[in-house]
Design a protein around this ligand. Structure first.
Ligand SMILES: [Zn+2]
Length: 282
């Protein structure tokens, strides 16, 4: 008997409801085709998140504006905008002015494809689709925080509200969801209160804030997706990650104790790995 790609990627079939239907409808070639489709979709989500983040940081029109080269302002054709393929075809340069394109484009697109594929093969379809949406919001937050140390409360509130709506839909039996609405609300409260308490103590001792205001919004939003136990656990994981990066940068002489680090990037990275990593660890 041949093993499908999805069975090979996910031998234990954790929560998996996607493959049997695809194999039934499309035969043995169905799974690799579906995997390719999901990867391409994830790459498109990554490309979209990247464009949104760049426009948010520069205060540009967020949704409606056409894509233009940042070097020569030429409007880009659809094939130049294709995720991954566009970058490779033009060998990482603008076709019009020759400006070198940031490797960030292709890195975010490949990562988006791989993450969405990993959700699709390891989670029930409803949860995988939900985390696919969260991936876009979190990607934008990580990228704006990395580039300009800013997190946008409106974006993060929307992420939290979507998490709450999905848990309500789960309660109503409309889809499979891993949290009840009560767990979701508790997740929002606890995930926001823990860092607020820590920040208040830090301010009393050191006389300044340890986190930016955007970090509380981000953690509250993640709490709506992770619940009252995993939400604070994510905060601890992100703090450790941030501390290790900070110590590494200080040892390399590239930061001091006063250097601000993009905490949202660490929390966001831990969050988008959560469906794969943390569900296995805990
Ligand atoms: Zn150009």
């Amino acid at each position: 008997m041949t093993t499908s790609l999805v069975q090979w990627l996910n031998p234990k079939g954790i929560g998996f409801i996607f493959d049997p239907a695809i194999t039934f409808h499309f035969g043995a070639a169905g799974s690799p085709m579906a995997a390719l489709f999901v990867f391409c979709l994830g790459a498109c989500l990554g490309s979209f998140a990247n464009a949104c983040a760049m426009r948010l940081v520069r205060d540009e029109d967020f949704v409606a504006a056409a894509s233009r080269c940042r070097g020569c302002d030429t409007r880009l054709a659809w094939h130049e905008n294709l995720p991954i393929i566009g970058y490779l075809k033009q060998r990482g340069r603008c076709r019009h002015c020759g400006m070198k394109l940031s490797p960030r484009y292709i890195a975010v697109e490949v990562l988006g494809g791989l993450l969405l594929l990993s959700y699709a093969v390891s989670l029930p379809l409803g949860i995988a689709a939900g985390f696919g949406v969260a991936l876009v919001f979190t990607g934008i937050a990580c990228l704006t925080d990395l580039e300009s140390l800013t997190l946008h409360p409106a974006l993060l509130s929307a992420l939290g509200v979507i998490g709450i709506c999905l848990s309500v839909a789960g309660d109503a039996g409309l889809l499979t969801w891993h949290l009840t609405s009560a767990q979701t609300l508790a997740g929002v409260l606890v995930s926001a209160l823990v860092p607020i308490a820590i920040n208040t103590s830090y301010r009393l001792i050191r006389g300044r804030n340890g986190f930016g205001e955007g970090d509380f919004w981000l953690l509250a939003a993640f709490g709506a997706w992770l619940g009252p136990i995993m939400g604070p656990a994510l905060f601890i994981a992100a703090s450790w990650l941030g501390a290790m990066v900070g110590i590494g940068m200080m040892l390399a002489g590239r930061a001091s104790t006063m250097t601000k680090l993009p905490f949202g990037l660490f929390a966001g990275s831990a969050f988008i790995l959560w469906p794969n990593l943390f569900t296995r660890v805990f």
